[in-house]
Design a protein around this ligand. Structure first.
Ligand SMILES: NC(=O)c1ccc[n+]([C@@H]2O[C@H](COP(=O)([O-])OP(=O)(O)OC[C@H]3O[C@@H](n4cnc5c(N)ncnc54)[C@H](OP(=O)(O)O)[C@@H]3O)[C@@H](O)[C@H]2O)c1
Length: 289
């Protein structure tokens, strides 16, 4: 079987490529090799690779920058996703699109089901929602997986940023009134392969199990990294309100996703986010991450 993945230098794409089952051949195209906003280039790349599955892991993910560069965000997150879905559908390939908890406004007190009302608070979320619509219009059998708070041991993400700050010593102030689900790129990648194997379609939610604030996540990073010897001292993490950390983009205060449907297909929940975090840190500690 053949797969094509876009945004191949990103953290989710890298984890997905690393987790590819041996029976799959993956063509991995980074932004430099394929700009998904270029429709003709997308068509040519998909025709060349003749994939059975296309995973779109490319996205404009700079949430705050998207507020001032909305055209760029829409071009990649909506238009690029649509170009890929059309090219995939034309060849009879299955389209898999990644989306985000930021399609919700965070005002709910309970986890968001895939069919819950969407109401993005920022340009990034709106453009990703536009991507979902564009994909489903072009390829009604597509699989759309919304995920959240993704991190890995390399690249720029919350884990690597926190470790950098904590290594400098001193206090680290982290928002305690935004609640979500930290998700390891590795667990997400494994789940995506299993969903593909089960020919899942429609909108699904996947994150690691459990719930946390950014403060809880940072505190756990500090404790686990110190225990593993990745940090010389136990860092001091202080909770602050999102009000005290103004950002260009508004973010949902509560974006826990309801994963009941996905977990039924996967025959059980993934591990708790803290266990997944421990694994990622252990891999970094061994030098393999
Ligand atoms: N990270 C999270 O917390 C999170 C949460 C929910 C959903 N998601 C979704 O998960 C998916 C993967 O995200 P990620 O965490 O792996 O993000 P990432 O590490 O930022 O990777 C995204 C990749 O897309 C590339 N890209 C940007 N514009 C492109 C274009 N026009 N054509 C082709 N590639 C382009 C980027 O390249 P450059 O770096 O060179 O620009 C980058 O390598 C995205 O759909 C994202 O919306 C992520």
């Amino acid at each position: 079987m053949r797969a094509l993945v876009t945004g191949a230098a990103g953290q989710v794409a890298k984890a997905w490529i690393a987790a590819a089952p041996p029976t799959w051949t993956v063509t991995a195209l980074s932004r430099l090799e394929l700009d998904i906003g270029d429709e003709a280039a997308v068509q040519a790349a998909v025709e060349r690779a003749r994939p059975d599955v296309v995973l779109n892991a490319a996205a404009f993910t700079a949430v705050d920058l998207a507020e001032s560069d909305a055209d760029a965000a829409w071009r990649v997150n909506r238009d690029g996703a649509g170009h890929l879905a059309r090219a995939a559908a034309h060849l009879g390939a299955r389209m898999v699109q990644l989306s985000t908890d930021f399609v919700f406004d965070g005002l709910s007190g309970e986890p968001y089901a895939p069919g819950a009302t969407t109401a993005p608070l920022n340009v990034y979320g709106a453009s990703k929602l536009g991507g979902e619509t564009a994909v489903l219009e072009a390829a009604p059998g597509a699989l759309i997986v919304r995920t959240a708070w993704v991190y890995s041991g390399h690249g720029a993400n919350f884990l690597t940023r926190m470790l950098g700050l904590m290594a400098k010593g001193g206090e680290v102030r982290v928002v305690c009134d935004q609640i979500g689900c930290p998700t390891s790129a590795a667990t997400l990648a494994a789940a995506l392969w299993r969903l593909i194997g089960r020919e899942a379609r429609g909108v699904m939610h996947f994150t690691d199990a459990g719930v946390a604030s950014w403060y809880d996540f940072a505190q756990a990073i500090g404790e686990e990294a110190f225990a593993l010897g990745l940090l010389r001292g136990q860092p001091k993490v202080l909770p602050i309100s999102a009000r005290d950390l103004p950002t260009a983009a508004r973010r949902p205060a509560f974006s826990v996703l309801d994963k009941t449907l996905t977990w039924a297909i996967l025959e059980g929940p993934p591990r708790h986010w803290r266990a997944a975090l421990r694994d990622v840190l252990a891999t970094m500690n061994s030098g393999a991450g």
